[in-house]
Design a protein around this ligand. Sequence first.
Ligand code: BES
Ligand code: ZN
Length: 463
Amino acid sequence: MEQVLNYLAQNRDRYLAELKEFIAIPSVSSQSQHNADMQKCAEWISGQMNSIGMQNVQIMPTGGHPVVYSEWLGAPGKPTVLLYGHYDVQPVDPVNLWTTPPFEMTERDGNLYARGTADDKGQVYIHLKGIEALMKHNGGLPVNLKMLIEGEEEVGSANLDKFVKAHKELLKADLVLISDSSMFAKGVPSICYSLRGLSYLEIEVTGAKSDLHSGSFGGSVHNPIQALAELIASLHDKNGKITIPGFYKDVRPLSKKERDAFKKLPFSEKQYAKDLGVKQLYGEKGFSSLERVWARPTLECNGIWGGYTGEGAKTVLPSKAFAKISCRLVPDQKSDKIAKLVEKHLKKIAPKTIDIQVRNLHGGEAAITPIESPGVQAAVAALEKGFGKKPLYQREGGSIPIVVQFKELLGIDTVLLGFGLPDENAHAPNEFINMDNFFGGIRTSVHFFNELPNYWTTKGKKK
Ligand code: BES
Ligand code: ZN
């Protein structure tokens, strides 16, 4: 083990140079102008997989961007890990708010800045290097490993469940490992045991059949932007509760035990507000911020547009207004059911003066991993060795829709071993990964694969 750790320390510069190369490929899944980059990025990963000793490396087509698969199955009798991650990233706009170019990885104050450093290329790369070090020193791995790196996570993994269904045998494993989340805070490693689900909708409100002169017609028709704003504003009451009938019906209440555990975490509401730059926090009355983000459902307007937004003034009464809405969901809400409730409610309360259309763009279910599972316990041991501190248990507000599908289709639980930080600016300008977390992550990856067989018997039960 010492040799492996020395090897990691000696290779720091190479890791940074390689990651820079990976990051430089602008793999933005939602923008078709980057389709060729998606393929290039998949090829870069397959090249890495081949070079570190993974076998049966394949770039496999899906209905959308390809997935990259590989395996190493040379440890009979040992558990099989399915390592999942994503190589796609979110768009970089507004690009003028980046201090350094978004696809040029730059080191500043102990952080590595660029799109994808934390979410999720950097975390995929962490494992590539953990695996490489183990292969190099032991001629193989202490576990069997299958890697599945997809290119559509940031757009809802729409083609992945079909892929998993079609390749159940290929993907058969004992547990899933995902590093696509954050630690609780800098220097505070944690294990995440729950993610929220999601319902994502788009609303289109139409007034007159075309744009109108706002002087000649303003006052005689309901402006669709105003109507849409009124609709959206009515979706929360003064206590921050969502007003859609039935919205909370299936919400699994937080147990006293869990609420108490959240309260014991080293978290200050005041500091949180300060770090976010808000004058005051906002949310559902009766819950703390951690409870609101981790274990309560929400409804957010992600974008709203219509009319004239260009330079200078244009006096127009627009024909249309649009909004994007996401609901984050908790166990046992169902994403399709919530999408239908939102649509039904909006149609019911929409004024007669406009037409409204609601489109369900994508969704996913909330996930909970049993913390007593051997995979989670191996991750706890690995984090303790990799970061020199016992990890905390936490939940997360974000979503990784495939987690529940892995459970449903392959029957296996996921270990969420995140190396990001809560303030890493994921999806925003100046995304970064902290360098201590990056190198600590590579060490932890090595420890995880080494520890797992100690927590797992061949029958997949706890020792
Ligand atoms: N890495 C995130 C998921 C995440 C975010 C986990 C925060 C834990 C904390 C992932 O890449 C992501 O952003 N997922 C999307 C999913 C959506 C597009 C279906 C999300 O949560 O918005
Ligand atoms: Zn991600």
